[in-house]
Write a protein that binds this ligand. Structure first.
Ligand code: GRG
Length: 279
């Protein structure tokens, strides 16, 4: 199965000799859902490309995602003890090593992408897409907005939307952008990217709901929004409103994908699985 092959590939990318490498591998190979890689594989399959050719790009996204989780869990940010069902990186390796593990994963991502089996023009487009999604006008900005919202203790719906669009949506959209680049259909990005953002919004609302309704054991991470009085879609819209908004956003994502000339059946099926997730 492609998922197992990818897991084995991911486990081979970083040696385990140095303490920082052990910390990087500890978080990277922990049991995450691998949604972003799976999204890329599905888009590639839908566009007639062998999903294996997406391994380097998918690993790069997963490394950036894992770095963001390590840094998000640090005491200076969310200060969480549990991630992917294990003690967080800083609980296991100490704060300084966890900061370095995040830095190591972020830079390794671009090494892996640059060494991937892609044409130079594709590498350039992939690199720019990932850097923009992760960077200071992407996920980093989203995280920064999130920190400010937490300091204020309240947030209006527009600011929350902007925060999550970048904090969660940008990195969930990048697999779709990369799929279009690798399939030599860059014009599909005009549809795939809004679809990715609609899916990202739905995913975030679902995360907010699960934070109130699931256990830490189920989620493999701390469920701390209520204790932290965090303003989320769940607190802004209530349980029923949040569920409706989530369904609407997933419907919008699928509706957009159906507009493409290619049939996105694998991607739509994966979105169907995301829709019913319980962790
Ligand atoms: C530190 C720059 C920086 C950014 C951090 C990831 C992130 C941005 C914050 C985490 C806060 C959070 C819970 C966001 C909700 C959506 C989200 C990204 C959840 C985690 O992704 P999953 O569910 O995790 O795909 P796994 O572990 O399955 O990969």
């Amino acid at each position: 199965m492609i998922r197992d092959e990818f897991e084995a590939y991911l486990g081979r990318l970083i040696p385990n000799d140095l303490e920082v490498e052990r910390a990087m591998n500890y978080s990277l190979t922990a049991p995450g859902k691998r949604l972003r890689p799976q999204l890329l594989f599905c888009v590639l399959q839908d566009l007639g490309i062998d999903a294996h050719s997406g391994f380097a790009a998918a690993a790069a996204i997963e490394m950036v995602h894992t770095y963001s989780l390590i840094h998000d869990d640090l005491p200076a940010m969310d200060d969480d003890d549990l991630r992917r069902g294990r003690p967080t990186c800083h609980k296991q390796f100490g704060e300084a090593e966890a900061i370095l593990a995040g830095d190591g994963l972020l830079t390794k991502a671009f090494e892996v992408l640059g060494q991937g089996p892609y044409r130079d023009d594709q590498k350039t487009a992939l690199t720019v897409a990932l850097a923009q999604a992760a960077g200071h006008r992407g996920m980093v900005m989203g995280q920064d907005l999130d920190l400010r919202n937490d300091v204020l203790g309240e947030v209006d719906p527009e600011t929350l939307k902007k925060t999550d669009y970048h904090k969660t949506g940008d990195l969930l959209t990048v697999p779709l952008s990369m799929g279009a680049i690798l399939a030599d259909h860059p014009e599909y990005r005009a549809v795939l990217e809004p679809a990715g953002h609609a899916m990202g919004l739905a995913f975030q609302i679902q995360d907010d709901i699960l934070d109130y309704t699931a256990t830490a054991e189920q989620m493999g991470k701390s469920v701390s929004d209520a204790a932290n009085h965090k303003a989320t879609y769940y607190t802004l819209l209530g349980p029923k409103g949040a569920r409706q908004a989530c369904e609407q956003a997933y419907d919008q994502a699928v509706g957009l994908l159906r507009q493409l000339p290619a049939e996105l059946s694998e991607t739509i099926a994966l979105i169907g699985q995301m829709r019913v997730r319980d962790h």
